[in-house]
Design a protein around this ligand. Sequence first.
Ligand code: A2H
Length: 266
Amino acid sequence: EGVGVQEYTGIKIRIKVDAIQPQQVGPYEVGKALLALGDVVQSKPVFLIAATLRPETMYGQTSCFVGTTLTYGLYETAKGEIYVCSERAARNMAWQDVFGLGKGQMKQVATLKGTELVGLPLSAPLSCYDTVYSLPMENVLATKGTAVVTSVPSDSPDDHITMQDLRKKSAYYNVLPEWVNDFAATPIIDTPEYGNLVGPKVCEILKIQSQKDKALLAEAKERAYKAGFYNGTMVVGDHKGLPVQEAKPLIRQELIDAGHAFVYCE
Ligand code: A2H
């Protein structure tokens, strides 16, 4: 961070608009604001855009996190797809011509609050779960990536602890138990240090209790990243058996070629 360019993979996580079941959860009317956009979201494919440094872990996606205090824009691409992300990210994407509209060009079609994006059924590329849900995360930074974080609890301590918080205190976080309960972490990468569920293991070792343990989570993130990236071996997918360092660029390129992802720098 700080100096230099961070190269993310933008993962296109499709919102299953037709499968949204509008309902009241705590103070929120799930799906209502999105469905109220009518044609904008009903006649075109709509995607939450998650920024990740670990495209090889996408097999383990169990949900997708948004920040409930943040605001998101809906941006239409030249191909008629709708991308959902922070406005800050959209501006960067425009300069990289991610939208295909010409350098610096973007077409914003709507704005939604983070709370209005929670509880939506999603299709996440490569995930072993057919449908996953968008969920609230406390530590989503507005100033990093797209402000959308795909959840891979098997390999990310942050994602694991957030899923655990949401399970323990679903009413407090205004999430339905069925959005979080049936989405166990599944082994994606094996490591000599922490086995094949690095996220939960590192949280256990460091005795991390919740998303509030920010300093410990920073250390956990460091440990998990090093173990997975330098010493990890894929245990699922077409590149099963390959070291993570070799599999990562291959899986990333496959996602891009299939139209499920793109390169995004900042
Ligand atoms: B990573 P860096 Cl499996 N706020 O993707 C908070 N976190 C964010 C974010 C934001 N606005 N945007 C992206 N991120 C997360 C996968 C993953 C990630 C795994 C393991 C570690 C890991 C699945 N979540 O990141 O500060 C995203 O989560 C730890 C390095 O730019 C993204 O990659 O280094 C990573 O943080 C980018 O963090």
